[in-house]
Ligand binder design. Structure first.
Ligand code: HAM
Length: 433
């Protein structure tokens, strides 16, 4: 019986995994250079970790279940809440700011489509202990350096949910109602925003201001908001946003100001941003990164701690990342080839080949024939797996205490001692890097 994959999940074949590992390594390298340390949290958590802020409504978007002990659990739909839970439980006393990054799978019960899956991976970073413009600018810049390391060009949109929240709080709209409005704004449902606010008895002036605010985009957005008196000049959110934009300039980051960004998750309190792919290769799901400032620690039993972070949709990045020519070439892999008659390779050749392969494996991924194939069959296997070198071991080589190193790119080959062979391969792989 043929068993299909579960809906919204994928298998990753070796070629795809090679690409993923390479991308992951590049991003990890950048995060570490910026002083972030890697952490990992469990794949499933108590469901309340996610419902506490967003309410029970979020359950229909998650994989949630009761375990055999009756505990209500959920596969994590994202990693910010788990990271802050871990911070409150384990890292409260760590020096501030606590700067961490993570790479892990997430699960959302969504309608699968191109670049939208039910199991997907996020690569993200959080600065726990600051939501100042300096932290906001660093987080955005870090995301852009990650993209740069992958050679991906993208467009940044920056907003500030504080501006929308401030206006609604001024008009005495209750917090749960504010969250509902934010969600409608995030979905781009302007009519529904008007309908909802009208329904709760909001004044026409508030509704007009709000719609005007979320439609503001581009260079003059803040000036316009001020001129129209939608935002007061003493607004904290406004001052913060202005400083952030100045700092982004110092990092040479180009942005579009977009006050309509509300983000789907409920925990954001300040700056929010989204990064979109620009080549049209992802269709409708072109958001490759999202983030912003938030406060979750107090909700999970810790002190009120401002934080700022982002998460990349790693799968979306893999879909637009192309391996460079060099990286598509042969792999840094070696094949040891014991030479003998088909089905009759002599024991001393096998023994020597095992010894040589063991030595090479201290340095490089190395294959050794386990099917007793002929020389030509082993070489065609080496070509098929795109190995860079074959190390041939036959009776003659053993007599001379040497091996024959064959460069599978050029076809050149030469006899040499095993140590020299290791050094040659090492130099060659280092040059390629
Ligand atoms: P998010 O925008 O919900 O934010 O997710 C981050 C990224 O994950 C999205 O920009 C998107 O690229 C990717 N993504 C989301 N859902 C899917 C899916 N079903 N299939 C493929 N990719 C998907 C967060 O999760 C926040 N925790 C980000 C954050 C970190 N904010 C502060 N710190």
């Amino acid at each position: 019986m043929r068993i299909e994959r579960a809906r919204g999940t994928r298998d990753f074949l070796p070629e795809e995994m090679r690409k993923r590992r390479l991308m992951e390594a590049k991003m990890r390298d950048i995060a570490e250079k910026w002083g972030y340390e890697e952490i990992r949290t469990p794949t499933f958590e108590l469901a309340e970790l996610f419902t506490l802020k967003s309410g029970e409504g979020i359950l229909k978007e998650m994989y949630e279940f009761k375990d055999k002990g009756g505990r209500h659990l959920a596969l994590r739909p994202e990693l910010t809440a788990p990271v802050i839970r871990m911070y409150v439980n384990e890292l409260k006393m760590a020096p501030k700011p606590t700067k961490v990054f993570y790479f892990g799978n997430c699960f959302r019960y969504e309608e699968p489509q191109r670049a939208r899956y039910r199991e997907f991976w996020q690569f993200g970073a959080e600065i726990i202990g600051s939501d100042r413009p300096e932290a906001q600018a660093e987080i955005i810049a870090l995301a852009f350096y990650c993209l740069k390391s992958l050679g991906i060009k993208a467009e940044l949109h920056v907003g500030h949910v504080g501006l929308i929240r401030e206006r609604l709080i001024d008009a005495n709209v209750r917090n749960d109602k504010i969250n509902r409005v934010m969600r409608l704004i995030d979905k781009g449902e302007r009519e529904a925003v008007i309908e909802f606010l009208t329904g709760i008895g909001a004044k026409k002036e508030l509704i007009n201001d709000l719609i005007c605010l979320v439609n503001l985009k581009g260079e003059d957005a803040l000036k316009e908001a001020r001129e129209r008196k939608i935002i007061g000049s003493d607004s904290d959110a406004l001052n913060e946003l202005e400083m952030l934009l100045e700092l982004l300039g110092y990092y040479d980051i180009v942005y579009t100001l977009n006050l309509g960004i509300a983000r789907g998750l409920d925990y954001y309190t300040g700056m929010v941003f989204e990064i979109y792919e620009v080549g049209g290769r992802l269709g409708a799901q072109n958001q490759i990164c999202g983030g912003g400032s938030y406060r979750l620690a107090a909700l999970f039993g810790g002190d009120d701690t401002p934080s700022t972070g982002f998460a990349f949709g790693f799968d979306r990045l893999t879909e637009i990342f192309s391996l460079e020519e060099k990286e598509q070439n042969r792999k840094s892999v070696v094949v040891v080839v014991p030479i003998g008659e088909r089905n009759n390779t002599e024991r001393d050749v096998i023994k020597e080949a095992i010894k040589i392969a063991s030595k090479l494996r201290d340095f490089f991924p190395t294959h050794l024939d386990v099917m007793r194939r002929s020389l030509s069959a082993q070489l065609s296997y080496a070509n098929a797996i795109q190995a860079s070198f074959a190390v041939l071991v036959g009776k003659n080589e053993i007599k001379e205490g040497k091996v024959t190193l064959r460069n599978l790119n050029t076809g050149e080959q030469e006899k040499m001692g095993v140590d020299e062979c290791v050094e040659r391969i090492k130099t060659c792989f280092e040059d390629e890097r």
